[in-house]
Design a binder for this molecule. Structure first.
Ligand code: NAD
Length: 319
């Protein structure tokens, strides 16, 4: 555990990406095609993985263990991971459990991974139809944010990252609301969000208090992702989850109509694809609730992050 790092110094904004100097490299297959020169000049063994929720599995973890073993990876050597949230979560889980944990450097390549998934040490894979059922807390020793990676990112993917930036801005008023759902944020804004998340994780590394607030929108969101068989993407699901949480709070009398309108107004700036809106319109809420009850964040009472008065809080709802 001594190599874990939740300090701001672990985060580095690197305008020109440098090649790692030792270890093994795991990368999203797409990145090798998009950045052939960078990856073909690597002097280390390279494993290419498919991204996406369908590949965030124990089977991918086994491929990683086999790659580590085949290359005689020692605990003192570094696993360098280049990819979005699904690759970072999966490879970081493998690195955290291989020989009880080897060194880990992350190079998030999507906006969502830069501002959220790579920060704070949650690793994991999906299992038995549920999101992130198997995982560890294992912060990377170093996280390198290279904003140039975002130049090849599709608009739909940029929006997924903006979703998490929007969530942070709703939770913490000192963080500005993102201007647009499609434009790339400035490198400084990306770093500020990443640092802010890091600071919360530093206070509460294991999700016992402050950090739980970062799950705002996630209980509904994960259930939406699962129910839609991942047709609804993580960021879109989280924003829809925040809307559902606001509506539930109004229904339960936790917030006034004015506060509900204020929050819905902020969230209305988010541009959902028509397919997500159509899916949610036809959704059976009872089925969503069944999935939420099975979610790992739920115990005997359902625990949700909800707006309450002017705040956003953890609320336990008994049946
Ligand atoms: N560990 C955490 O704390 C945490 C927090 C938030 C989200 N997550 C997880 O993150 C995952 C979502 O991450 P994501 O949105 O990055 O998904 P992803 O890894 O599937 O990447 C999205 C798509 O972008 C492509 N891609 C990656 N980098 C690219 C680049 N530079 N240019 C062009 N295309 C690129 C990928 O191949 C993929 O098709 C979810 O599984 C979610 O649960 C984890």
């Amino acid at each position: 555990m001594n190599r874990q790092n939740l300090s701001p110094e672990a985060l580095e904004l690197q305008p020109i990406l440098k090649h790692p100097e030792q270890g093994l490299v795991v990368a999203d297959r797409v990145l090798k095609d998009l950045y052939p020169e960078f990856f073909s000049c690597l002097n280390f063994p390279l494993l290419l993985l498919d991204a996406g929720e369908d590949a965030k599995t124990i089977a991918s973890v086994q491929i990683l263990y086999d790659f580590f073993l085949a290359n005689k990876l020692r605990r003192s050597e570094i696993v360098h991971v280049f990819g979005g949230g699904t690759i970072c979560d999966t490879a970081a889980f493998a690195a955290s459990s291989y020989k009880r944990g080897c060194r880990l450097h992350l190079y998030p390549s999507t906006l969502l991974a830069m501002v959220d998934a790579a920060i704070g040490g949650k690793t994991g894979v999906n299992y038995s139809g549920f999101k992130n059922q198997i995982g560890t807390f294992y912060p990377a020793e170093r996280i390198v944010i290279h904003p140039d990676f975002l130049k090849t990112l599709a608009r739909d993917e940029i929006r997924q990252g903006i979703a998490e930036m929007l969530k942070l801005a709703i939770l913490f008023p000192e963080i500005p609301i993102p201007d647009s759902c499609e434009d790339l944020p400035h490198a400084e804004d990306i770093l500020r969000h990443a640092l802010y998340k890091m600071s919360i994780c530093q206070i509460d590394p294991y999700d016992g208090s402050e950090r739980m607030l970062l799950n705002f929108g996630h209980s509904f969101g994960h259930a939406l992702e699962t129910k839609s068989e991942y047709q609804i993407r993580h960021g879109d699901a989280v924003v829809m989850g925040m809307i559902m949480a606001c509506d539930l709070s109004l229904q339960m009398g936790f917030i006034s109509r004015e506060r509900h309108a204020e929050l819905r107004n902020i969230l209305s700036g988010y541009e959902f694809p028509a397919s997500v809106l159509a899916y949610v319109k036809n959704l059976d809420m009872d089925e969503l609730l069944v999935i939420m009850e099975q979610d790992k964040k739920s115990g005997s009472a359902m625990r949700l992050i909800l707006p309450v008065g002017k705040e956003i809080k953890l609320v336990e709802l008994s049946e």
